[in-house]
Design a binder for this molecule. Sequence first.
Ligand code: GAP
Length: 459
Amino acid sequence: MENTLSKIVSLAKRRGFIYPGSEIYGGVANTYDYGPVGAELLRNIRELWWKFFVHRREDIVGLEASLISHQEIWKASGHTSSFADALVDCKNCKLRKRADHLIEESLSGEKEIKVEGLTDAELDQIITDNKIPCPNCGKVDWTKVRKFNLLFPVHMGIVEGDQSLAYLRGETAQGMFVNFKNVLESNRVKLPFGIAQLGKSFRNEITPGNSVFRTLEFEQGEIEYFFDPEESNWEELYEGWKKDMWKFITKKIGIREENLRWRMHTDEERSFYSKRTEDLEYKFPFGFKELWGLAYRTDYDLSQHEKGSGKELRVVDSQTGRKILPHVIEPAVGINRIFLMALSDAYQEEEGRTVLKLSPNLSPYKAAVFPLLANKPELVSKAREIYQDLRETFLVSYDARGNIGKRYLAQDEIGTPYCITIDFETLESDTVTVRDRDTMEQVRLNASELRNFIQQKLI
Ligand code: GAP
């Protein structure tokens, strides 16, 4: 399975999906850059998410909050005091590891091991009892488990000291809470309603290096769905969200259901403010892992920000005058995790080819256009004409290098669902061949039908 990950990572680099960050300067660990086809795939995921959860629904509005944010936001939310990883350092080679990852990686093959919710002392005890060696140098010489805060501090302006301290946001969610009143007063929204945001978050994490699964900088798609707990039943809303999340991943992103499962957080691992948290997990090449979290955060955040800011963040019921502090259900997903999941689910090795069977919705190029022979000007000019015409509507690729077989293989590797070939018959009847990526079958279509044909495959 790990082997599958390394094959995906190597394909992703070779074909321009993902590159290691700052590579020519030796790299910055756990940062990545997205290449030309990777950038398209990411955009497609974002656009599908926004369309499905914002544009399609009349009860959800969008937001884009600042990445740099006031330190008091993160004090009120509890992040400055408790948003931390438990880490250990190897005294011999200085390797730093997350204590839970160290334990899981070294013991999970041998016994059933549960690390969620353990205290620092309990983690220490497991490492000592099992004499877990350093995966880098092999010595058993760890420091005690210590907590490291995950927030990235930023110092603004030229004044050093506490006044100039802000933080890069550790989650997009806080933007929705601190703007709750603004959105309420500037829009025609009424409870229940959601505020959605897509954007970067930053966490100073030590990661086990599973490509873009866990990185320092990543993109979240989060919705805070506000409701009056006296009027709405939270369990019904919660179940509704579970259905929508499942539908989005299976129908829009096209992921196989057998690779997905729900996992309820145990009492020990659930955040103290959450009444229920469940993760939608995907079977990555390194095992089932969290893709998307769904939490019932109660009124924790709004009440914390009321206390922190001294501003009232309540909704007044226009009929009764009752002041409501809304409760919140929060679906929170990582866009880069959807990206890695999409590549993992689509990656297949077949006789003579490697193919990404991406849902056409996600494919960077919706089609590729080829002239049968690159040295026949009449074929090239017709192929360019069809290519330019389709490009008005979709992102389409053009390729005249090598032979047709090689061009098919190159498009299969980046997940292009259709390859359109312009041949001598095209010049006479205006028909083209369309080769399907998944079945490799070819049909002959009128050139004028191409736009509709591709459009129908995008749902
Ligand atoms: N507002 C709630 C929240 O941020 P979270 O479980 O910490 O919850 C939500 O994050 C989602 O963001 C996760 O399910 C995951 O998909 C993604 N995510 C979190 N940390 C990440 C990281 N370091 N790299 C990539 N994605 C991450």
